[in-house]
Design a protein around this ligand. Structure first.
Ligand code: ADP
Ligand code: MG
Length: 468
């Protein structure tokens, strides 16, 4: 890399750190500049998962930074260092049957109708996972599974409450496997996507495609398998998929919010299959682990976090790790807005109200309270509220949850999306706007939300903020 390229890169990073710290990662240092040609700045990225992340989410902001740093119009393109590796990641991210189908022959190459392909996050790798008493077993087993695919702990089943690192560990297994065994066929998918694919294949009469896709892998990872609850037909199909893979020594990794026997309405034979491998529970992190996690997250974002600040936050937020991250984001946001460095006073100012609010009745309702009251009011199941069904009987209640959370809590759009089945912030924003606009014209909806707000207020929190 030439010295002008290096200089350009440093200026770009300085710009990004100042204006868009949320996308900055410590490994940006490993990206190299392959030169500028005809207004195109090519940046080389070695890791396929990082490459995918940059291509997917960072092009506009890097382009903005490059233009500001160089004073010229230019576009950024992220490229892999070798074509093989890039192909692996694409193969990984797309339904496996597309590639395998062509090898097997006789199968159409039309991809299945999947609107949600779960992509890997470069942040969710073993290196970024902090180990403590609450997750030690799950972490050790995940590592073991990765090194001996299909030969130890099969299936490997992780369970624990929301925000404790299940998805992080599942994705770490995929990323490590991708790195150690580039030829392995990996399928990482959410349970909802699995169910959608199944229903779609039943509908269009392409079950052979479905089976080819799910039974032709070396590692099948399904996140949030508890959504299989009460889905008899899908459970039946999954049972056969499971057996086929298991009998041929292929690895299965699953996560759930409850232990196998505690998932409501899950067939007994599935419960016993899930219990036949290793079941590892993740518990809430202890104080020391919370401090380490805060420090690790700060480092990942190139953020200076003094010991007393980490201790202050860790002592006050003990629910889950997503909340810890939210606190860090708030502190960083306040520091940016005020143009100050992060110290204890600033952290107190940033979290003051919110810290008391966490787990407290007096300031904001908890997300669980909102979800429970909406589920009860509209008589919908919690799994539907958090799931993927788009029937209008669940879409509106789901949007109302987002609207209430936006109005009556301090969670960010992203956090609200996280609570509602992992939806992204644009979905939440859309929901908030829809409910705001509709409740102005539709008296019934207005009455609904007023009722719900009354119910929440009776649990005693202070005045709402305006949703945007
Ligand atoms: P779950 O799937 O259990 O709801 P996630 O895996 O999505 O939780 O974790 C929520 C957030 O907390 C993620 O950003 C993840 O990186 C972080 N996290 C969870 N556990 C750890 C850990 N042990 N070390 C570092 N980060 C963690
Ligand atoms: Mg998860």
């Amino acid at each position: 890399m030439s010295s002008t390229d290096k200089e350009l890169q440093e200026k770009m990073y300085a710009y990004l750190r100042r204006h868009h710290p949320e996308i900055c990662r410590h490994w940006f240092d490993e990206i190299s500049v392959a030169g500028v040609e005809g207004g195109l700045l090519r940046l080389v990225v070695n890791e396929p998962v990082r490459l995918k992340y940059l291509q997917r989410t960072c092009v506009p902001l890097f382009t903005e930074a490059a233009q500001s740093a160089s004073g010229r119009l230019m576009t950024v393109r992220f490229v892999g260092s070798d074509v093989e590796k890039v192909d692996t990641s694409i193969k990984f991210a797309r339904p496996v049957h597309v590639e395998d189908g062509s090898v097997e022959g006789g199968i159409s190459e039309t991809p299945l109708l999947l609107d949600e392909q779960v992509l890997l996050s470069p942040d969710y790798c073993f290196d970024a996972f902090v180990v403590g008493p609450g997750n030690r077993l799950a972490h050790a087993a995940a590592l073991a599974v990765t090194s001996k695919l299909g030969r130890v702990y099969n299936p490997f089943f992780i369970h624990g409450a929301v925000g404790l690192g299940k998805t992080h560990l599942l994705q770490s297994v995929c990323q490590a496997t991708l790195r150690n065994q580039p030829g392995a066929r990996i399928l990482y998918i959410s349970c909802n996507t699995f169910m959608d694919a199944f229903h779609e294949c039943v509908r269009i009469g392409r079950m052979s495609d479905f089976r080819l896709r799910f039974r032709n892998v070396d590692l099948l990872v399904i996140d949030d398998i508890h959504f299989l609850s009460r889905r008899e037909q899908t459970q039946e199909e999954f049972f056969h998929t499971f057996n086929m893979l298991h009998q041929s020594g292929r690895q299965i990794v699953l996560s759930s919010d409850a232990a196998p026997s505690e998932i409501p309405d899950l067939e007994e034979r599935l419960v016993s299959r899930f219990n036949s491998g290793l079941v590892a529970r993740i518990d809430r992190p202890c104080y020391e682990t919370r401090v380490s996690i805060l420090k690790a997250k700060a480092k990942m974002h190139d953020l200076q976090l003094l010991d007393d600040v980490a201790a202050y936050v860790a002592a006050r937020i003990d629910s889950n790790i997503r909340e810890l991250e939210g606190a860090l984001t708030k502190i960083r946001g306040v520091a940016m807005a005020l143009g100050k460095t992060i110290d204890l006073d600033l952290a107190k100012e940033a979290l003051g109200v919110n810290v008391i609010a966490i787990g407290s009745k007096n300031n904001q309702p908890s997300m669980q309270t909102i979800l429970d009251s909406v589920a009860q009011y509209y008589d919908v199941k919690m799994t539907d509220l958090l799931g993927k069904r788009r029937h209008k009987s669940v879409v509106l209640p789901r949007q109302v949850c987002m609207w209430l959370a936006r109005r009556h809590t301090r969670y960010s759009l992203q956090e609200i999306g996280g609570y509602l089945g992992g939806r992204d912030h644009t979905t939440v924003l859309h929901a908030v706007r829809t409910v705001t606009a509709r409740s102005e014209m539709d008296g019934c909806l207005r009455t609904d939300v007023e009722h719900l707000e009354e119910g929440l207020k009776s649990s005693g929190f202070v005045s709402p903020t305006s949703p945007q």
